[in-house]
Design a protein around this ligand. Structure first.
Ligand SMILES: NC(=O)c1ccc[n+]([C@@H]2O[C@H](COP(=O)([O-])OP(=O)(O)OC[C@H]3O[C@@H](n4cnc5c(N)ncnc54)[C@H](O)[C@@H]3O)[C@@H](O)[C@H]2O)c1
Ligand SMILES: O=C(O)C1=N[C@H](C(=O)O)CCC1
Length: 257
């Protein structure tokens, strides 16, 4: 049995995970944490504050807000348990804190828990290696109207991965208003917000007289929850370190061979 603490349990992802975990008897939510005391029919106790949690657990799964990162890092390091961070909108300081903590505990961080998006990243990196010099690359992301951060963590992750294959030569542009003509070393990242869109990312490779688009569409939040379950199974028993979806996929490929 794997026992988890679910940070942000009363949010959209917290509730999606609560529902999906009912189909996985080997993973139990020992307790939830949420600053919003709204009463859902959770079959686990919900705390306002992680430091007050009395239940023991193997790890913390976080789908909340960047304002809780420092506290959950402190909690996991003190307890010597693993941490999975799916929250987006993190700052450089948050990443530094996660990296420091990963010398003591296993940390899994991914702006997108779906397999599909992580395969999309690989496709785009390969395309960028071949087309990067001659094609202009731009990213368009669409999400629901309640999303707090922009651009999405996924769009930033895709841009960073593409940039790393192009020797970090790209300048990130988030807004073209009054910017003038596009420069060849730019990568544009644009956000649309509306309705209940669970998530859509389109990566455009625009060349002379031709265009390639790589697009991933999430039809529901279930894909992020299913990926989180794989991340839970992956991180349990791991040595301290900083892990991500690529590590999980590599392990899956090896076990499938
Ligand atoms: N990595 C992924 O695959 C993935 C997928 C979906 C969403 N997300 C990210 O997960 C986060 C949550 O998304 P959501 O759609 O569930 O948002 P949401 O706003 O519906 O839920 C967030 C929940 O966190 C709670 N919360 C806020 N501050 C908190 C704190 N300090 N401590 C504990 N709880 C706190 C809120 O009360 C709320 O219930 C966002 O950052 C989002 O971008 C990541
Ligand atoms: O609904 C959200 O919020 C999502 N956030 C992640 C992001 O910022 O990339 C993943 C997709 C859904």
């Amino acid at each position: 049995m794997i026992n988890i603490l679910l940070n942000g349990c009363n949010g959209k992802m917290g509730q999606t995970i609560t529902q999906i975990l009912k189909e996985y008897p080997h993973i139990k939510i020992a307790a939830g944490i949420d600053t919003n005391a709204v009463k859902f029919k959770n079959d686990y106790k919900v705390y306002n504050e992680i430091m007050d949690v009395e239940e023991t657990a193997d790890l913390v799964l976080d789908f909340s807000h960047p304002n809780s990162i420092n506290k959950i890092i402190e909690y996991c390091v003190n307890k010597g348990i693993a941490l999975i961070v799916a929250t987006t909108g993190l700052s450089e300081l948050h990443y530094e804190a996660l990296s420091k903590a990963s010398t003591k505990i296993p940390i899994f961080q991914s702006a997108n828990m779906s397999y599909g998006v992580n395969v999309t990243v690989e496709l785009c990196k390969n395309a960028a290696k071949i087309l990067g010099k001659d094609f202009d690359i731009e990213i368009i992301e669409k999400h629901h109207s309640e999303k707090k951060d922009a651009p999405s963590g996924t769009a930033l992750m895709i841009a960073q991965e593409i940039n790393s294959t192009l020797h970090n030569s790209l300048e990130f542009i988030y807004d073209r208003h009054q910017k003038g003509t596009r420069k060849p070393n730019e990568i544009g990242i644009y956000s649309l917000r509306g309705g209940t869109i669970p998530g859509e990312h389109t990566i455009v490779f625009a060349g002379k007289d031709e265009i390639i688009e790589v697009k991933h569409t999430a039809f529901s939040r279930k894909i992020f929850a299913e990926g989180s379950i794989k991340a839970i199974e992956f991180i349990v028993g791991k040595k301290p370190g900083y892990y991500n979806m690529q590590d999980l996929l590599k392990e899956m490929i090896i076990s499938n061979e």
